[in-house]
Design a protein around this ligand. Sequence first.
Ligand SMILES: [Zn+2]
Length: 273
Amino acid sequence: MEPCAGSVRCLPLRTPTLPPATHTNTYLLGEGELAVVDAASPYLEEQAALDRCLDALAARGERVVELLLTHHHIDHVSGTAHLAKRLGVPVAAHPLTAQLVRGRMAVSRELDEGSVLRYGKAEFHALFTPGHAPGHLVFFEPRSGALVAGDMVASVGTIIIDPPEGNMRRYLESLERLRALDGLRCILPAHGPPVEQPQQLLAFYLAHRLEREARVVAALVQGAATLEKLVPLAYPEVALSVYPLAARSLLAHLIKLRDEGRAVENNGFWQSA
Ligand SMILES: [Zn+2]
C-alpha cells in the first residue's frame, strides 16, 4: 500500500468500472486506528489482496475500526460486505447511501455534512457532495489538505451524471463547494492517481460542464427536438458508440435547464423556455 497524502494510503483494486478506468482506489484513513474507504472490488483475488494488506498492517499494530462508503455504486461498495464480516467492523455512510445499499449490507453509522471522524491521531471531516449520486460524501483531512473525493472528479476516465439519481445542478454546486474549500491541497479520486493541482482540475471540470450546457442551450434554440435528435447537436465530437452515455448526460443538462426555467419538455420534445 502506497502512502498517498497526509494520513491517507491507497490500494488500487480492479473493479467493474466504466472504461477507460479499470480500477477503483481503496483508501485507508488514519494512523494506528484505520478506516477503509470504498472496499470496492467484487473480485475474490482483489479482495484477497486487500485482506493480505490489512493483515500485514494488523501485524504491525494498525487496526481497522470502520468501513466508509463515498456512495452506493457497485464499483465502490462491492467488497464491503466481505470485509465487514471478515473484520467484524461496522459500515458508515450517508443515510441516502444506506437506503440504496439496503439488502447488500447493513450501514450501522450514518454520516452527514460536518461529521468528524477520528482514527488514531488523524481527523477527517465528512462533506456532503450530492450530484453524481444522491448520498455522495467526501472525506477531508484539514491538517494535510488531502481530500478523498470519491466520484466527484477522476484523473482517469470521466464522471457520469445519470438521471434520476444523478443531478447536474447539485453536482455543479458540489464542485463549486470543493473549489471554495479552505486549505485543499491534494485530491485523491476514486479512479486514477492523486491530483496535485486541485484548483486547476476543479476549474476545468466546471468550465467543461458549463461549455456543454451552452451547446445544449444553442441546440434547443434550433427548435423542439427529442433527446436522440439533440445528442449529435450537443455532442458533435463523440463517436456513435458513445451516444447512449452522452444521452444520459444530455438529459442531466436538460433537467437542470428545465428546473431553472430555461427549457421545457412536451411529449419527449425539448425546447427553449
Ligand atoms: Zn460512482
